[in-house]
Each structure stands twice: as structure tokens, then as C-alpha cells.
Design a protein around this ligand. Sequence first.
Ligand SMILES: CCCCCCCC(=O)SCCNC(=O)CCNC(=O)[C@H](O)C(C)(C)COP(=O)(O)OP(=O)(O)OC[C@H]1O[C@@H](n2cnc3c(N)ncnc32)[C@H](O)[C@@H]1OP(=O)(O)O
Length: 133
Amino acid sequence: MEERNQWCFACGRLNPIGLKLTFREENNTYVTNFTAGPEHQGYDGIVHGGIVSTLLDEIMARYIYAKGGNAVTARLEVRYRQPTPIGQALTVAGWIVAQRGRFYEMAGEVRLPDGTVTAEGKALVAVVDQAKV
Ligand SMILES: CCCCCCCC(=O)SCCNC(=O)CCNC(=O)[C@H](O)C(C)(C)COP(=O)(O)OP(=O)(O)OC[C@H]1O[C@@H](n2cnc3c(N)ncnc32)[C@H](O)[C@@H]1OP(=O)(O)O
């Protein structure tokens, strides 16, 4: 991995308050695991919706980044299907739905260990010139 972007809140190795996500690709799907702590909650025991949104944003945009594009999120939609608990190993997955030129239509989800989907994401990810990111 190149040394740029090491302070990314979601994936940077150097960010002391970041989520420090690591990723793998499985069957054309980009995947990370994350266990939220008390510092990530909104209501007691429940992961803050902004953090859930961050997880989905990251998994969808970073998949295109990992494929070599300078990817930015152009649009993000999150459907919170049920509260996401802290203290459980979440699986966050993202995949490509369609490509139109430099725009990728993406989808993603947050799952509990038993497979329950707590949140679904849709995103439009744009590939931009390196000078812009
Ligand atoms: C270390 C790796 C980390 C990776 C994970 C990080 C993920 C992120 O959080 S990225 C940060 C958040 N995102 C951003 O900051 C992006 C900010 N926005 C931009 O840079 C630009 O608006 C950008 C690149 C999306 C599009 O701009 P630009 O390339 O100039 O396109 P532009 O000329 O405005 O639009 C052309 C057409 O593209 C389409 N389009 C452009 N933007 C959008 C959009 N947001 N939604 C839908 N369609 C769009 C439209 O069809 C548009 O035509 P029209 O304006 O007539 O509808």
C-alpha cells in the first residue's frame, strides 16, 4: 500500500482516533470487519449512525480506490434497517452494481455475526484526477 492517505479517518494507519479498517476482496466484494466500542455510540449500546454511514461510505469508495482509481463519493444513501450494536464483530461489504464512464454505482451493507443486515448503503463513486484528492 502506498504511503498516501495514512491519516484517513476510516483506514489510516497513523490516525490515532481513526477506525483503522483493513480490507480484503472476496468474490468481487470488498470486505472489512469492525467492532465498535463505547466511543462510537450515539444512544447507549448503539453505534452512531454517522459511524455506520462512514463504514458504508468507506467500503464502497475504497473499493474503487483499491482498484487504482482516485475515488470520491459523489452521493451516499444509507438505509438504517435496525440499530447496529457496539461490541459485535460487524462485517461491512461493498460491491459494484454498474459503471457509467467514470461513475460507479455501488452498494453495501453492514451485517451482524449472525448475518442480520442492520444497514444498507447505495453510493455513486466518481473517479477524479489525482490532483483533486
Ligand atoms: C484512502 C481512501 C479513502 C476513500 C474513501 C473516501 C470516501 C470519501 O469520503 S470522499 C469525500 C467526500 N466526497 C467528496 O468530497 C466529493 C466532492 N465532489 C466532487 O469532487 C465533485 O462534485 C465530483 C467529482 C463528484 C463531480 O464533479 P465533476 O467531476 O466536476 O462533475 P460535474 O461536471 O460537476 O458533473 C458532471 C455530471 O456528473 C454527474 N454528477 C456529478 N456529481 C454528481 C453527484 N454528486 N451525484 C450525481 N451525479 C453527479 C451529473 O450527471 C453531472 O451532470 P449535471 O451537473 O448536469 O447533472
